[in-house]
Design a binder for this molecule. Structure first.
Ligand code: BEZ
Ligand code: FE
Length: 296
């Protein structure tokens, strides 16, 4: 005789329904999802109306997605899930540069640029120099490492957000480190900015009296043969929102001061007016073997 589907039997019934799932991982995930989802419903006891509001919200999130906008990832970001998944998947040896969220503004075909290039293609904002070395955790430098950089401008916008106003590929560059693993480029100091808040995720933030801002940062992806790539940011010391990034992406080890340098020959070397602003950001990679050891 069939067992009634009730508050008591619900979870077992659904878990059992997945018992023939041939893929073990899928079966484990579906089982866990069922258990946690049912516990969530038991704990919060939604009214029918609240349940429909939840469904409407997720429907709205889906409808807000298109080829460029990915509202589900944004939802995952503001719920801290993106950073949790990132942390689980990037357990690194001590000393390696910590990872953080990729975000929606990376482009796959970042423009290759010469070391020392000015990546600010527009505006007359004061240029600063960003320089660093790509090293391994044992301190040896990594010649030829790739350093992909992208950032918002001094008003807090990425090129792809305002394609009619900002030149394509503004504040982006794909660099190859020199024989000593060094990279350097000229840029402007980015401003803090809000994540896209004109959709359902913005509504959620407003309903919970949360702000949509991220502190000022520059994104990096760096990698080299034999090393695990890292997706990370440098955060500008003193920026608003360092303590309450709306996507929880800040790590103390990634915050860097903007140093004022008064050194005419060095300014000339970098092609900027003296005195100038300098940000130093070394990127420390670990070998693939080390990643396996840490995660095993
Ligand atoms: C970003 O830093 O580009 C970003 C990250 C997560 C959500 C929105 C923007
Ligand atoms: Fe960003």
């Amino acid at each position: 005789m069939a067992t009634d589907f009730s508050e008591t039997t619900a979870t077992d019934a659904v878990v059992r329904s997945f018992s023939e799932t041939p893929d073990d991982r899928l079966k484990a995930v579906l089982t866990s999802l069922t258990v946690h989802l049912h516990n969530f419903v038991r704990e919060t006891e939604p009214t029918q109306h609240e349940w429909e509001q939840g469904i409407d919200f997720l429907t709205d999130v889906g409808h807000t997605c298109d080829g460029i906008r990915q509202e589900f990832i944004l939802l995952s970001d503001v719920l801290g899930v993106s950073m949790l998944v990132d942390a689980i998947n990037n357990r690194k040896p001590v000393g390696a540069t910590e990872s953080t969220v990729l975000g929606p503004f990376h482009v796959v075909d970042s423009p290759e640029r010469e070391l020392g290039s000015d990546i600010a293609l527009a505006g007359d904002a004061k240029r600063c120099v960003v320089r660093g070395k790509v090293r391994s955790v044992d301190s040896s430098t990594i010649p030829g490492a790739v350093v992909d950089v992208w950032q918002a401008d001094d008003a807090g916008f990425y090129d792809i957000q305002l394609p009619d106003l900002i030149p394509e590929r503004n504040l982006r560059g794909l660099f190859t480190a020199d024989d000593e693993g060094a990279f350097w480029f000229r840029t402007i100091i980015p401003k803090y900015y809000p994540i896209p808040a004109d959709g359902p995720v913005g509504n959620l933030l407003r309903a919970s009296h949360r702000h949509p801002y991220r502190p000022a940062h520059i994104h990096f992806i760096s990698g080299a043969e034999g090393y695990s790539p890292v997706t990370t940011h440098l955060f500008i010391e003193g920026s608003p929102y360092l303590d309450d990034d709306t996507v929880f992406g800040v790590k103390e080890s990634l915050v860097r001061a903007v140093q004022q340098v008064d050194d005419a020959p060095l300014a000339q070397h970098y092609g900027v007016a003296n005195p100038f602003d300098l940000i130093e950001f070394d990127i420390v990679l670990n070998t693939v073997a080390d990643t396996v050891r840490v995660t095993a």
